[in-house]
Design a protein around this ligand. Structure first.
Ligand code: ZN
Ligand code: ZN
Length: 255
């Protein structure tokens, strides 16, 4: 399995900052932030599955636009996976005819461009040899992380989360864990903001990682533009023992 990072920043700006999205092989997206916009129309058209961690705009911004772009090139619906709560928010607040058309009934209810697929935490979804499982996390809106299992090894993506014991319990149960992509949206200077917005800062991440009982590579995502160097310095001093690396846009994981 090949997983490519299309966006891993907390914001946009300049030539290289894009918000969260990852492409698995050629046909699965995990989140659909602004990084999706770098794909060609041909690449967009062969994406069949989009798993949404939560409905904050930085994780779904490209979903309405990509649907519109590829609709006339596809002969089956794009399947959008999310918890019931996530799907309800997408229906009520995005694909509601006011912000964007309801593509689950366009061009017809029988042959729509979009199909919603409800998923539940800890219930694996198998797509060929690949298995994707939602993990519990703690954020200000209904949210999940994801475990992506290639059959050989697993990569966990936290999505957006604050402190969450249930997440670490789930991570510790994954037998073939190889990579952990975890957010650190704020620097220690903004710890208060991290707490109220249910994100992590280096100090919080250091104490969360004490709950990790697995040996795996740790990659930091969702750094705030303008605080990237500061936050990575704080991470090096708070949790250097874990040898965390900053996730890079266009980074490819093969596992
Ligand atoms: Zn969020
Ligand atoms: Zn976010």
């Amino acid at each position: 399995m090949k997983l490519r990072i299309l966006g891993c920043s907390g914001g946009i700006g300049g030539m290289h900052l894009r918000t969260t999205s990852m492409l698995i092989d050629h046909d699965i997206l995990i989140d659909a932030g602004t990084g999706v916009g770098d794909l060609s129309i041909a690449e967009l058209a062969v994406i069949d599955h989009v798993f949404i961690s939560h409905t904050h705009l930085d994780h779904i911004a490209s979903l309405p636009l990509m649907l519109d772009t590829v609709a006339d090139r596809r002969n089956k619906p794009l399947v959008v996976y999310g918890t019931e709560a996530v799907i309800t928010i997408l229906k009520n607040h995005i694909f509601n005819w006011s912000i964007w058309p309801d593509f689950s009934e366009v061009p017809s209810i029988d042959k729509p461009f979009l199909r919603y697929q409800a998923i539940a935490v800890q219930q694996p979804v198998s797509l060929g040899t690949r298995t994707i499982t939602a993990l519990p996390v703690e954020h200000t809106v209904p949210a999940v992380g994801y475990c992506i299992d290639s059959g050989t090894a697993s990569l966990v993506f936290s999505g957006d989360t604050g402190c969450c014991n249930a997440f670490w319990r789930a991570v510790n149960r994954i037998p073939n864990l190889q990579h952990l992509i975890i957010e650190c949206a704020f620097s220690n200077l903004e710890e208060r903001l991290a707490v109220v917005s249910k994100h992590l800062c280096p100090r919080m991440l250091a104490s969360e990682l004490q709950k990790l009982e697995q040996d795996c590579e740790i990659h930091i995502t969702h750094l705030k533009p303008g605080q990237i160097e500061l936050t990575m310095e704080e991470i090096a001093s708070c949790l250097g023992e874990f040898k965390p690396k900053m996730l890079q846009n266009n980074q490819v994981f093969e596992f």
